[in-house]
Design a protein. Structure first.
Length: 230
């Protein structure tokens, strides 16, 4: 089994879910007492989040690049960046480490296209919904991507940072996400991508009128395939 380096802590709540899914995936494939071979570097999200909101993406890249180099020195053969938003600096992190990075948008696009769907809604942080590093990558795969309107994007972003990243799950926030997903479906979305690794903690398939793609689960499954293909 290949040794996977995981860059986590952004936030710790979703990294905990990654850890569970990676180990469950390996156990399901290999049976018995098998579990995933992982190296985890969990950053302090406070400074990283502050840099995100200040637009200091170079600073965030430096933090993750240093962590990635440490994972490589520890023997990691590949990287999993356990966050959608920080894929904004995925190329810099991959280059700094010198080992391959499993890109979350590529894994998600492949799954959506394999299911025969072409138009998707996207729920994520404002950075991910409004900047091209993620939406553009999905579109490069041939997907038509719809994002919520400005007010909806603000609510989706706030709930992620003020609640889900702090392990707070509120019914009223779930209802708001249901409204936003219904709006995306009415605009023509055939499915909705949960493009932030915390969103799966709040909503599931029963909350949406169209199928959901939880990027955390899709990314973890891709990683299990990679670990066991060595």
């Amino acid at each position: 089994m290949r040794l996977l380096g995981v860059l986590g802590g952004m936030s710790w709540t979703s990294t905990a879910e990654y850890y569970r899914l990676l180990n469950q995936g390996v156990a399901a494939r290999l049976g018995g007492l098998h579990s995933a071979r992982l190296l985890l570097h969990s950053v302090d999200f406070g400074p990283v989040a502050a840099m995100q909101h200040d637009g200091d993406w170079r600073g965030t890249a430096a933090v993750l690049a240093e962590a990635a180099r440490g994972l490589q020195r520890g023997g990691a053969e590949g990287l999993l960046l356990a966050t959608n938003t920080m894929h904004k600096v995925a190329d810099e992190v991959e280059a700094a480490s010198g080992i391959p990075l499993l890109h979350i948008a590529d894994a998600t696009a492949a799954r959506v296209l394999a299911d025969g769907r072409g138009t998707v809604g996207l729920l994520a942080t404002a950075f991910t919904m409004e900047q091209d590093f993620y939406v553009g990558r999905l579109r490069e795969h041939g997907l038509d991507v719809l994002v919520p309107d400005e007010e909806e994007r603000a609510d989706v972003h706030r709930i992620i940072y003020d609640e889900l990243c702090l392990d707070v799950v509120r019914d009223q926030s779930r209802e708001r996400y249901r409204e936003v997903m219904a709006s995306l479906a009415q605009r023509g979305a055939e499915a909705v991508i949960l493009g932030c690794t915390e969103i799966g903690l709040l909503v599931g398939d029963g909350d949406s009128p169209v199928p959901l793609y939880d990027t955390t689960a899709v990314h973890a499954e891709q990683a299990v395939d990679w670990m066991l293909s060595g």
